[in-house]
Ligand binder design. Structure first.
Ligand code: NDP
Length: 285
């Protein structure tokens, strides 16, 4: 039974294979990167600068954004600007897209990456926190997408959504965060289907990341989550490549994301058990 299925899957993979990535693909492209004052977003801004893109970065902390913009210009960005504000505020989310329109008149890539701070611990029943995190991590992504779609349709552009393994499978101690990342998968995977049905040439790339060595993540999970962390610089590049190649999903890195997910639908209890085993519960006591 499996043979025709595997043959069909291989033929489909071969047929849908895209061209190889070249940094020139981003030269002169107009790109928004949210959550770019630190971590993976900051590294994405530097890669894009190196490739000669026009960049608009966002976050709340103005001083950090000013430094990121200065570094982007040193690295060769075609132009670099910032907008500071909180993604709790949907008006700010819309204004960022408006700013891109004012600056460039068009947009090629929208990279949605920012994440609100949450706790790393057992669910504390705080519904208000879940709501606030949904606003920052989910609703602002939707708001920016709605505002950017007219420009992206004209430029045949791309939406890149940064998610997590915790958006594909349940992870303990991350209940509100995980909920927001699952929501992204539901919204953007359904929207992708509709864009195809409507012959709209806008790609959506969902990025499924394992643990990455950003300062905030390392501080948060320290001593409790014991899996090794992958480098943020390489992670940032893989996200950009996936967006430029219009891949439906990016898995980084494979051993902590793609491979474990292969067993999710067949033996979910085993995957849950393996995930729980990567926590040092002694540290929680
Ligand atoms: P960081 O915590 O390093 O960066 C988060 C960014 O979001 C910062 O620029 C921060 O700047 C900004 N931000 C935070 N709150 C708000 C807000 N309310 N409004 C606007 N901007 C805000 O995150 P990482 O680089 O570690 O993560 C980046 C992405 O990767 C996230 O989507 C995350 O979920 C995902 N990911 C990360 C993993 C990891 O291990 N690092 C693993 C899996 C997924 P400021 O505080 O100045 O506003």
């Amino acid at each position: 039974i499996l043979v025709p299925f595997v043959a069909l899957a291989l033929a489909f993979c071969f047929y849908s294979r895209k061209e190889d990535f070249k940094p020139e693909m981003l030269k002169g492209k107009r790109v928004i990167v949210t959550g770019a004052s630190t971590g993976i977003g900051e590294q994405m801004a530097y890669h894009l600068a190196h490739m000669g893109s026009h960049i608009l970065v966002t976050a709340r902390t103005e001083a950090k954004l000013q430094k990121v913009v200065a570094r982007c210009l040193e690295l060769g960005a075609a132009s670099a600007r910032y907008m500071n504000g909180s993604m709790e505020d949907m008006i700010f989310a819309e204004l960022v897209v408006k700013k891109a329109e004012e600056l460039w008149g068009s947009l090629d890539m929208l990279i949605l990456n920012h994440v609100g701070s949450s706790y790393f611990g057992f669910f504390n029943s705080d519904v208000g926190h879940v709501q606030k995190l949904l606003d920052i991590n989910f609703l602002s992504y939707v708001t920016m997408t709605v505002a950017a779609l007219p420009m992206l349709k004209k430029s045949a552009g791309s939406i890149v959504v940064v998610s997590s393994m915790a958006g594909k499978v349940g992870f303990p101690l991350l209940v509100p965060y995980s909920a927001t990342k699952f929501a992204l998968d539901g919204f953007f995977s359904s929207l992708r289907q509709e864009l195809v049905m409507q012959n709209t040439n806008v790609s959506i790339t969902l990025c499924v990341l394992g643990l990455i060595d950003t300062e905030n993540a390392m501080k948060t999970v320290s001593g409790v989550f014991t899996s090794p962390a992958a480098p943020k610089e390489e992670c940032a590049l893989e996200i950009i490549k996936g967006g430029a190649l219009r891949q439906r999903e990016v898995y980084y890195e494979y051993t902590s994301t793609k491979f474990p997910l292969l067993i999710r639908d067949w033996v979910p209890d085993l995957l849950d058990y393996l995930i729980r085993r990567s926590y040092n519960t002694e540290k929680l006591k």
